[in-house]
Write a protein that binds this ligand. Structure first.
Ligand code: SF4
Length: 289
């Protein structure tokens, strides 16, 4: 069972992002905290006993201090994870290599039309971004575990095999690749008619893809399996979990006592069980920083 040492707490360091994806499940419009407060909250998390932190958003790299926050987390002793579109990854790589354990980067299509439809025009070239990163990593002294994420929706469900084949044609091999059934949460709730897919179709597609590429680290989660399966701290330090099509409040990392935080997060075995299943890949690190 997960405990405070092994649960990855997703810290949404900002709710800002201007990429406008239709599938986005963030809660927009929550104001960012100062660098000082964000550093203090990392200290508090560590004091409470957390040892794994994920930096997410919004797009976390839009915060000018995101590298400072990751550096601080690593100095404290956290396992660090960054969820980003990857547009700055190569630029920031020198500072990230050695302080970042995992990076998660999205790939939902290998054509501009697919990326634009499931995400936005601004994300139309995301497949090129991923290709550039994987090609570049082949020639680097990389110590960051790479995780790709694909949201499976009506738009790309019949292209999954092609996407995997394309990525597999590059010589760099990623450490994990997670496929998620589209979840109508946050901003994405308004696009459910366009993107939502049947659970049986999702599972069948993923089983076929795994059978086609048995040696790749492919894994997946349905909407139901992701529900209540990650603990998120908003930019205002409210700690929440996805619960159906909404988020449920658990506690506030700044204001509440360590006892309340631990009780409200870890007091529900069902949540811990689902979080563990959703994040099993974290322990499959090739590189340890
Ligand atoms: S899904 Fe990610 S990249 Fe797209 S709008 Fe939301 S936060 Fe930005």
């Amino acid at each position: 069972m997960l405990n405070i040492n092994t649960l990855l707490l997703d810290f949404r360091i900002t709710s800002y992002c201007n990429l406008g994806c239709d599938l986005c499940f963030r809660n927009p419009g929550i104001e960012d905290q100062s660098t000082e407060n964000a550093l203090k909250i990392l200290d508090k998390m560590y004091q409470v006993g957390f040892r794994r932190v994920g930096f997410t958003g919004g797009e976390p790299t839009t915060r000018k201090d995101f590298l400072t926050l990751i550096e601080h987390a690593k100095q404290l002793g956290f396992m660090t994870y960054l969820s980003t579109v990857g547009h700055r990854f190569v630029m920031d790589y020198e500072r990230l290599n050695g302080i970042l354990d995992w990076v998660g980067i999205p790939i939902d299509g290998i054509e501009k039309e697919t990326n634009s439809d499931i995400r936005s025009e601004k994300m139309g070239n995301q497949h090129r971004v991923v290709k550039d990163i994987l090609t570049w990593l082949t020639h680097s002294d990389n110590k960051i575990n790479i995780k790709l994420t694909t949201v499976v929706s009506q738009t790309n469900v019949h292209q999954i095999s092609d996407i995997v084949r394309w990525i597999n044609s590059f010589s760099y091999k990623v450490q994990s690749w997670r496929f998620y059934q589209f979840c109508p949460l946050g901003v994405g709730k308004e696009k459910r008619d366009k993107l939502e897919i049947d659970t049986d179709l999702f599972i069948k597609t993923m089983e076929q893809t795994k059978a086609e590429f048995p040696d790749l680290p492919l894994s997946w989660a349905t909407f139901e399996e992701r529900d209540k399966a990650n603990v998120v701290m908003e930019p205002n330090f409210d700690v929440i979990i996805p619960d159906g099509e909404n988020y449920t409040y658990l506690c506030n990392m700044e204001k509440d006592t360590p006892e309340t935080i631990i009780h409200n997060i870890f007091g529900q075995p069902e949540i811990m069980n689902k979080c563990e299943n959703n994040r099993f890949w974290l322990d499959e690190m090739e590189f340890v920083s």
